[in-house]
Design a protein around this ligand. Structure first.
Ligand SMILES: Nc1ncnc2c1ncn2[C@@H]1O[C@H](COP(=O)(O)OS(=O)(=O)O)[C@@H](OP(=O)(O)O)[C@H]1O
Ligand SMILES: Nc1ncnc2c1ncn2[C@@H]1O[C@H](COP(=O)(O)OP(=O)(O)O)[C@@H](O)[C@H]1O
Length: 207
């Protein structure tokens, strides 16, 4: 947790134009699509494919990718339990702002601990936190090893790597699950299609 002291004597400032006005302008409903899963499970691939699909339908989205945010907003954080918790907390707060702006905010982070994800869910209005679980087996993620990190973790050169020597707690009640079918991973466009269908069926693609 941050060592900065809590502010005191602060008041909430209401503004005349609110979320409903912005949603009307955009003809969509603000929400957070929170993609969680192991490194290499396809979180960024899904986020980018979904962002492109929404864009082609005239829907405004923005991607918050764990790796990218660690180059800026979260560059002071590592991978200890408390650092990951602070990472998820900050991204949850930023996602809440994007959602309030009326955007479909796509957050893709390992977010391995259930408690941290549930805290983010609790920040969002009812039903507007949509948890997508990349239920891709470790063996598949490790075989991909796009960044060579699993190899380093197996060799003991990275400590506390999720799935190797740090836990991943799968969601118990996620809205969407991406999984293998007959041992094959759905294509990026099928994964994105699954999320678009959910957004459509639940009224997020109209105000
Ligand atoms: N120890 C350890 N464990 C897991 N991942 C590690 C670690 N060290 C570096 N990386 C790289 O950091 C990316 C994950 O960052 P996140 O912000 O999504 O992680 S977390 O949600 O705070 O757990 C992750 O990116 P993805 O592969 O896109 O998931 C890795 O590239
Ligand atoms: N649906 C998929 N089918 C096949 N390969 C995939 C799929 N999704 C992702 N990949 C590949 O797996 C690797 C890791 O994907 P990535 O999106 O970077 O995962 P993450 O963001 O979870 O670390 C990349 O090489 C990517 O091309």
């Amino acid at each position: 947790m941050s060592s900065v002291k809590m502010s005191t004597n602060i008041f909430w400032q209401d503004c005349p134009i609110g979320k409903l006005d912005r949603q009307k302008l955009l003809n969509q409903k603000g929400c957070v699509v929170w993609i969680t899963g192991l490194s290499g499970s396809g979180k960024s691939t899904l986020a980018c494919t979904l962002g492109r699909e929404l864009h082609s339908r005239g829907k405004l989205s923005y991607i918050l990718d764990g790796d990218n945010l660690r180059h800026g907003l979260n560059k002071d954080l590592g991978f200890k339990v408390e650092d990951r918790a602070e990472n998820i907390r900050r991204v949850g707060e930023v996602a809440k702002l994007f959602s309030d702006a009326g955007l479909i905010c796509i957050a893709s982070l390992i977010s391995p601990y259930r408690r941290d994800r549930e805290s983010c869910r609790a920040l969002l209005p009812d039903a507007s936190f949509i948890e997508v679980f990349m239920n891709i087996p470790l063996e598949v993620c490790e075989a991909r090893d796009a960044k060579g990190l699993y190899k380093l973790a197996r060799a003991g050169k990275i400590k506390g790597f999720t799935g190797i020597d740090d836990p991943y707690e799968p969601p118990q009640n996620c809205e969407i699950q991406i999984e293998l079918k007959d041992g094959v991973c759905p294509s990026p466009s099928d994964m994105a299609g699954q999320v678009v269908s959910y957004l459509e069926e639940n009224g997020f693609l109209h105000e």
